[in-house]
Design a binder for this molecule. Structure first.
Ligand SMILES: *Cc1c(COP(=O)(O)O)cnc(C)c1O
Length: 364
């Protein structure tokens, strides 16, 4: 029940265990293209989708490195660990970073975003996290996208822990590059970073051609191979074929459930779990309409040492939950509703265990 990697279906595991196949040839490319086509529907985009062989962060770095040129200034929203990570990546790539901040546990405020954009008219773009996985806050990327459109700023969204589990409409919300990962709401294994790129993003990438943005994570390079080697090898490097096949099986399960069905399941399980938590006397860390449903962040109970709780749950109950990250480490714990553990049955097992732990902490 940690927020990625998630527990996956046996059918996904079985596919991963099958003999390795080569990453080229028409039969293989048909499967790859089918996979990216399904993802386009999940992103709600008419843009291009690539499967980067990397973790989610590789996708974030590819977006920033491809869209922006060294020494440009960009705006980054920060209200948690993953926003901070984006700002760090941008600085490592030689960009000047202007922050729009909110306290951890609170959403980014679009009014502040407007002010910061107005004060930084030379900014080359804006990057935001959709679900800030360190806190459970769902940021208003639809409103931020509307502002980016109004001011003509390219907009990058880290939807690593939300795509497929929360509503997100890439094209309609004005998102130019959107990144996710195979091992969170898509409920497959770690290893792939699906990344979607709009035609507006390509215009900017083409204008920045002289920028030294590397090769492996350069989206221009990925597009070149998708076009020039389309029929037999539409990417510049060896594709992680087993991961793609496992993701394809996970997407079959996804389509059987439907996007709406998956979002509804996470909502149902999270509200069920949150009711139970409150009955036990726990307080939610995030409890507004900006609380994501893919994960629940809970304040540490005054009578319980959270670090010991996490260890006890793992050792006695075989349930794995996550602690806090960064500045809120030790003050919250996080329970994901993604993957196989995203069920009322599993939520109930954890609630029972938490209840037992509260009752006889000393002997647990
Ligand atoms: C998990 C996560 C990441 C990082 O993904 P990696 O696969 O560890 O590189 C980035 N952003 C968000 C919002 C995440 O939840």
């Amino acid at each position: 029940m940690i927020p990625g990697p998630v527990e996956v279906d046996e059918a996904v595991l079985a596919e991963m265990a099958a003999q390795v196949v080569p990453h080229y040839g028409s039969e293989w490319v048909a499967l790859y293209t089918e996979t990216t086509d399904i993802l386009k529907d999940i992103f709600h985009t008419k843009g291009d989708v690539f499967l980067l062989v990397s973790s989610g962060t590789g996708g974030v770095e590819a977006a920033i490195g491809s869209l922006f040129a060294t020494n440009q200034k960009i705006i980054v929203t920060v209200n948690g660990f993953f926003g901070q990570r984006i700002a760090t990546i941008a600085r490592h790539r030689g960009l000047e970073v202007i922050l729009v901040q909110s306290p951890w546990g609170e959403p980014i405020d679009p009014i502040t975003v407007r002010t910061v954009i107005q004060d930084n008219r030379s900014a080359a773009g804006l990057v935001a996290v959709h679900h800030e996985t360190s806190t459970g806050v769902l940021n208003p990327v639809k409103d931020i996208g509307a502002l980016c459109k109004e001011f003509g700023l390219p907009f990058v969204v880290d939807a690593v822990s939300s795509l497929g589990g929360e509503e997100l409409f890439m094209d309609a919300w004005g998102i130019d590059i959107c990144i996710t990962s195979s091992n969170k709401c898509l409920e497959s294994l770690p290893g792939l970073a699906p990344i979607a790129v709009s035609s507006h993003a390509w215009d900017i990438i083409d204008r920045n051609k002289t920028s030294p943005n590397g090769w492996y994570l350069n989206l221009g390079v990925w597009r070149e191979y998708a076009q020039n080697w389309a029929d037999w090898h539409p990417y510049p490097v060896t594709m992680a074929t087993s991961n793609v096949r496992a993701l394809r099986v996970a997407l079959d399960l996804f389509m059987t459930e439907s996007l709406e069905g998956r979002i509804a399941r996470y909502r149902d399980v999270s509200s069920f779990f949150r009711r139970g938590l409150k009955e036990l006397g726990f307080e939610l860390y995030v409890d507004g309409d900006y609380a994501a449903s893919v994960m629940t962040a809970v304040r540490s109970h005054p009578q319980i040492d959270t670090t010991r709780l996490i260890t006890a749950l793992k050792e006695k109950d075989n349930i794995r939950i996550a602690g806090g990250l960064g500045e809120i480490s030790g003050t919250i714990f996080r329970v994901a509703h993604m993957g196989k553990a995203g069920s009322r049955v599993d939520a109930n097992l954890l609630l029972d265990a938490l209840g037992r732990y509260l009752n006889k902490q000393a002997t647990y």
